[in-house]
Every structure is written in structure tokens, then in C-alpha cells.
Design a protein around this ligand. Structure first.
Ligand code: ARG
Length: 261
């Protein structure tokens, strides 16, 4: 009896140790899994130049280079999964990717579902209008039809569900791509488009004779990499961002895609 009891305890203890060694709860051993697979999967929405966009068949941009640096640090290959912006967090949490690099603003709301790395970029929401528009400032958006990319911070700002903004947009139209909103603006179906400032500049740059970006910024935001809650990969991502910043490589990457005016 005595001997059997001891054996049972020993077996239980051994089992506990074995499970702890495997990382136990889900994402605790993300790094081991990645190294074993020889690849890290980043998910993004490549409709957001200069951060991620398609150049022919290739996906390129600032976030892609940062992601490549993360893969290099892990010593594995980078795999990119390009999906709709509002599917990014669900897809990450379904285990289909290891991290999100998508010019994603670190918001309190999103923090309920993901962990964010240290911020790597300061951004804001900008207003795009046609060159002949009477809209000259944010409050001119009152009652107007505004296009946004679905599920972005520009969408929440214009939708104003929590009532935190004093701007009361008349109607918010949501698009899968910022580019499609701009096409509708040019076609006269929208009064304005609200989108992040650097993508706004790229979009205006391609249509400078018909649209312009207003100087006034609507929000102040910080981009960060999103990871599953509790992922041990967050440390590697933070170290990579720190190294890119300290070595001057981050500035190099950014200036490759954003020319200083
Ligand atoms: N910064 C905004 C947000 O986090 C927009 C990001 C859109 N990014 C993209 N890859 N389409 O909501």
C-alpha cells in the first residue's frame, strides 16, 4: 500500500515536470515551435504603402523589413500571410500566425486580445479631400460622408461609438482597402477619406492633381507589433526593435520608403 502510494505521487510529479517542460499553456513556447518549424509566420494586410504593399508579386515595405529582422534574429525563414485588416487579430488568436506587423496602432481596446511590442513608429489619422473641397479642418467633417478602411482606428474615430470625438460624421463608409475609398472620393461618392498620415501621403502622391491631404491631424497613435497574449516571442521582437533603433538600421529602413520633404 505504502509503496504504491509513493509510486503514484512520483508518477504525478514526473507528469507535472514533463508538462512544464513542454511549456504547458499554449503560446508559452512559441519560440521553440518556430525554431522547430524553421519559419516564423507574420500576418498583415498589404494595402498600406509604405508599411506593407504589393510591388508586382512581391510584398514589400517598412513592416516587412522589420519582420525580416525578427526572422533573422530567430535564425528562421519569414513567411507572410496577407489577409483583410479586420481579420488579423482573430487569425493571430486562432494560431494561424506568430505575429502581426501591419502599421497596427496599439490601442487599449486591442490590448484586451493581444500583447503589443514596444512602439516602433509614431502616426496619426489624416483627412484626404478633393483639391476643390470646402472641407478645411476636422470639424468640417460634421454631417459629411467619410470613407475609411474597415476596422482601423480611422474607422473608430469616424464612427465615434464611445462619443470621445466632437466630430459627428454624417455617414461612415467602410472599405477593405484605403485605395478603394480614395477611388470613391475621386468619383464623387465621398466627401473625405480618413486614413493614417503616411499612407495618405502615398495615396495623394499618386493622384496629386485631384486630391490633397489636410495638415490637421485627427489623432496621435503608435504602431507596434501584435502577438498572442503571453507569447514568449514578444521579448525577441522587442530586442529586435531596440537593436534596429540603436544601430540606425530603423532610420535606414524608414527613409527607404518615406522620403524626407
Ligand atoms: N493604424 C491603423 C490601425 O491600426 C490602420 C492600420 C492599417 N494597416 C494595414 N496594413 N492596412 O487601425
Amino acid at each position: 500500500m505504502k509503496i504504491r502510494w509513493t509510486a503514484a505521487v512520483a508518477l504525478a510529479a514526473l507528469t507535472a515536470v514533463t508538462f512544464a517542460g513542454c511549456g504547458g499553456s499554449g503560446s508559452a513556447s512559441a519560440t521553440d515551435k518556430i525554431k522547430k518549424a524553421g519559419k516564423v509566420v507574420m500576418t498583415t494586410n498589404a494595402e498600406f504603402e509604405p508599411f506593407e504593399y504589393k510591388d508586382g508579386d512581391e510584398i514589400t515595405g517598412i513592416d516587412i523589413e522589420i519582420s525580416q529582422a525578427i526572422a533573422d534574429k530567430l535564425g528562421v525563414k519569414l513567411e507572410i500571410s496577407d489577409i483583410a485588416f479586420d481579420s488579423l487579430i482573430p487569425s493571430l488568436n486562432a494560431g494561424k500566425a506568430d505575429f502581426i506587423a501591419a502599421g497596427m496602432t496599439a490601442t487599449e481596446d486591442r490590448r484586451k486580445n493581444v500583447d503589443f511590442s514596444e512602439a516602433y513608429f509614431n502616426a496619426s489619422q489624416a483627412i484626404i479631400v478633393t483639391v476643390d473641397s470646402e472641407i478645411a479642418s476636422r470639424t468640417d467633417l460634421n454631417g459629411k460622408i467619410v470613407g475609411v478602411q474597415q476596422g482601423t482606428t480611422g474607422d473608430s474615430y469616424c464612427t465615434n461609438e464611445d462619443g470621445s470625438s466632437d466630430v459627428q460624421v454624417g455617414e461612415v463608409k467602410r472599405y477593405p482597402k484605403g485605395m478603394d475609398a480614395v477611388s470613391d472620393l475621386i468619383a464623387g461618392r465621398l466627401d473625405a477619406v480618413v486614413i493614417d498620415n503616411f499612407p495618405a501621403e502615398k495615396l495623394v502622391g499618386k493622384n496629386a492633381d485631384t486630391i490633397k491631404k489636410l495638415d490637421e491631424a485627427l489623432t496621435e497613435e503608435e504602431y507596434a507589433i501584435a502577438l498572442p497574449k503571453g507569447s514568449d516571442l514578444t521579448d525577441t521582437v522587442n530586442e529586435t526593435i531596440k537593436e534596429l533603433n540603436e544601430s540606425g538600421k530603423m532610420d535606414e529602413i524608414v527613409s527607404k520608403y518615406i522620403s524626407a520633404e
